[in-house]
Design a protein around this ligand. Structure first.
Ligand SMILES: Cc1ncc(COP(=O)(O)O)c(C=O)c1O
Length: 398
């Protein structure tokens, strides 16, 4: 296949696609970032589709423009400005999920070999999106309060960086929240070295403990932050709708790129989401989501506490979907997944090797508690723990 462009040597979303054919119906998946389907407001969305098609159908089925449905951009601007984002509708594009935002920003900024900074570990889907543009990576170690900014400063001193990619809230995959001090220092560093920050924030509204911290975009003083949001985790990912915020100059360029990519996000979906927000108590829906994910996080913590053998550590997220499981250095979570967990136990997680740009860490895994129910979490963690105990013993014997 030597006619393929070099950029098609990409990583897949989770790195697990080759395991999928072997996966059976009884598989317990802690792997994907799937929301709890019980929380999809499918009846209300059905009613919104009916209303839009009945009252504005001919307009909703027509072509429009790449920026997106103006009333929805206005609604978003109002909500975001209550959180001090200071954006107007000309600084918002409605994208097909945050994922499209990642692709558009990379498409806009990256030439082959350009340097970008990412957290280590980070979101596999971002690595997949960036890979198409063949950048080189500098990685920042994740501490309990966010990425190591001393490392960032050293990188900025020695390399020309195109952008710094961060997930400040309930980071995918660690569940870590970047502290306010780090947010402020990150903005100072970006201003000083004049580097763009790409803030990926789909879990922003899913904090179930503690106070929401200001977004990087709301702390931005020089227009250097591009911020991505999404309806995927707070409404439904099947809608494929998210938003991208950027300064006006960047946004015009991104709009041209989106034009070339897909002309626009589906107008019908945008009008439906607007209608849904007009006719439903969205804050109540968000409160229900937060309560649901908190309960699931607690079930997961209880199960890990009960079953996980000594020698493992895990993060305690205050929101979002994920926690990070770390084992002794001798364990390779990828091998364990491929040889035992997936084919024999029918349990899936995302092994750490897929979550580092450098592919350098083997002894960790991302575990999602968002989609499975209580029994599945308990049973899945029980079986996962048994396998890890055995693998640990094997590694000690060798
Ligand atoms: C950090 C992060 N960014 C982006 C995405 C993509 O989300 P969307 O469905 O909005 O494209 C995800 C989905 O899991 C994510 O976790």
């Amino acid at each position: 296949m030597n006619q393929l462009a070099t950029r098609t040597k990409m990583t897949s979303q989770t790195g697990l696609e080759d395991l999928i054919p072997d996966i059976t119906g009884d598989t317990v998946s802690f792997a994907g970032g799937l929301p709890d389907p019980e929380q999809f407001p499918s009846q209300a969305i059905t009613e919104s589709y009916q209303r839009v098609l009945l009252h504005n159908g001919l307009n909703a089925l027509q072509y429009h423009n790449a920026k997106g449905y103006l009333p929805l951009r206005e609604k978003l601007a109002t909500q975001l400005n209550q959180e001090n984002y200071r954006v107007n509708t000309d600084q918002i594009i409605l994208t097909q999920g945050a994922q499209q935002g990642l692709d558009l920003v990379a498409k806009l900024l990256l030439n082959k070999g350009d340097n970008i900074v990412v957290e280590a570990p980070t979101y596999t889907g971002a690595l997949a999106a960036f890979a198409a543009y063949e950048p080189t990576y500098s990685e920042l170690t994740m501490n309990d309060d966010g990425p190591d900014l001393n490392q960032l400063q050293k990188v900025l001193l020695t390399k020309k960086i195109k952008f710094i990619y961060v997930i400040p809230n309930f980071q995918n995959p660690t569940g870590i929240v970047m502290s306010l001090e780090k947010r402020q220092r990150l903005i100072e560093l970006a201003n000083h070295y004049h580097v763009i920050i790409l803030e990926d924030d789909p879990y922003h509204y899913l904090r179930f403990n503690g106070e929401t911290l200001p977004s990087l975009k709301s702390l931005d003083t020089e227009g250097l932050v591009i911020s991505l949001g999404s309806f995927s985790k707070i409404l439904a990912p099947g809608l494929r709708l998210g938003w991208l915020l950027a300064n006006k100059e960047l946004l015009i360029q991104i709009r041209y790129l989106k034009d070339g990519t897909d002309l626009e996000s589906p107008e019908l979906t945008q009008q439906v989401v607007y209608d849904y927000l007009e006719h439903n108590d969205f804050n109540k829906h968000l409160a229900n989501l937060r309560a649901d994910y908190k309960q699931k996080r607690n079930w997961m913590m209880t199960a890990l506490n009960k079953y996980l053998p000594a020698g493992f550590e895990y993060s305690h997220p205050d929101g979002g979907f994920f926690l990070w499981l770390k084992g002794p250095a001798s364990l390779n979570f990828d091998t364990i997944l491929r040889q035992r967990m997936a084919p024999k136990e029918h349990i899936l997680y995302v092994p750490s090797v897929n979550l580092y740009a450098s592919k350098s860490v083997l002894n960790g895994a991302r575990i999602s508690y968002a989609a499975p129910d209580e029994v599945t979490i308990d049973d899945g963690i029980h079986r996962l723990s048994n396998v890890l105990r055995e693998e640990l013993l094997k590694a000690k014997v060798q």
